[in-house]
Design a protein around this ligand. Sequence first.
Ligand code: SF4
Length: 498
Amino acid sequence: MYDLKEFVETTKRFYNKEVSIGDYKGFSGNFGSYAQRGGESSMLRLRMTGGIVNRDKAVFIADMIKRYGISLIHATTCQTIQLHGLDRDTVCDVIALAPEHGIYTVGGGGDNPRNVMASPLSGIDPEEYFDVTPYAEAAADYLLAQIWKIKLPRKLKVGFSSSPKNECHVTFRDLGFVAKENGKFDVYSAGGLGNNAKMGLKVAEDIEPQQILYYIKAMIDTFIAHGNYKVRAKARTRYMQDELGAEGYVKAFCEALDNVKSEDLTLDIKMPAEYPEWHGEACGRIHPQKQPDRYYVTYHPIGGNPPVETFVKIAEMMTDENTLRLAPDSTIYIAGCTMEQAEKFVELTADGASTSLEASTSCIGSSICQIGLQNSQALLKAIIEAVREENFADGVLPKLHISGCTSSCGAHQTAEIGFSGRVKRVDDKVVPSFLMVINGNDELGREKFGEEIGIIAADVIPSMMVEIGKSVAAAGMVYEDWIRENRAEFDMIVGKYL
Ligand code: SF4
């Protein structure tokens, strides 16, 4: 059961040092909260199904920012919003108030079904196959209802993709639904990033969208039956591929599916009517939606951390027509705008990224995350500062993905250039370092985990990026084309820093 009283009491005992950090982590994650590094403040993760934040939710977050003086919020790669630096009373207050606005935090951490993800532009993207939002919402309702009934070996991440962009990595998630042109889903399972990264296995093709809950129930049952409850490091769903073999896993999943067929889990979702065709023009960060005369604005807060003053102003300017769409790369789309509104939102969000490099993705990093190894946010900041001095054109350096440790919250394996926190010995000293990974891809049909290049000391990475940028700029190219034709030069530059 969802016992908030227990959360409040245990949190008080934790801040009184009567509960250890480890014990508190095991408890508080079930409520979507963790103590931050040092144990002096808390983080709270607000679930946002499909990354959609309506006006009421945005205004609630803005109110919390103002009322409690919150100074750091982070748009996560799981399409949630994290509030950081909360004191004991604030975390207890916010967690109690959030459900009044349809915001749930339960199961936001721990061994639970996590925030259900969906393509961030679902329902507004002119190029999507169909809007997957109603299915993501039905999945979220179903999974939230399971949280206190089941005991999973580890967390379970479910995602929906509405187009081949595959932003939510549904072909390599614990369970992923891929929308198709024919109005159906293909289903992938037991994939994931992090240690022992694995592509998902296709467990079903062309399923009717109204049947998704059968596949979710089969996933839960398969995980409970075959997941590893003994060794935590091998408990994520992808390890079932190692245990059972690919064929054995698919067989086990299909058997579980057969067993749930007698249940009544068919959905009855009515899809919205098609919109009349129109051809709006994109203009800078303003893009046309599929709805006539509606636009969305792209805003990538640096490091995924919108300045709280900007977030408050965005919330205050939103109407009931607007939604924020949190993307898995920490971009925030402001949707449902008229052109006049869109222009105002562009002005308001001028603090965001202005190049691909500045739109890099970084997890929150080890200055806050208890289990983090390196400060991914500090690395990104140092790279951006060094690169800004060079005034490279947009595209000379690509969007990076940075994770503070092997957990891959920054999805470094999917990036053109990714970094993942490690340590390295230099002159007999252990120094903060990052594993460099290149040429990853997350697009549907072209998925590839990046190639590991080597471990580089954090303090020289900004210089290395500048050197790569200079070579790309000198060739008059963008990075994406340059790396294809100049791999030997890339290896030569990077080799000096390894
Ligand atoms: S990748 Fe590591 S450091 Fe970053 S948020 Fe995840 S666990 Fe923490």
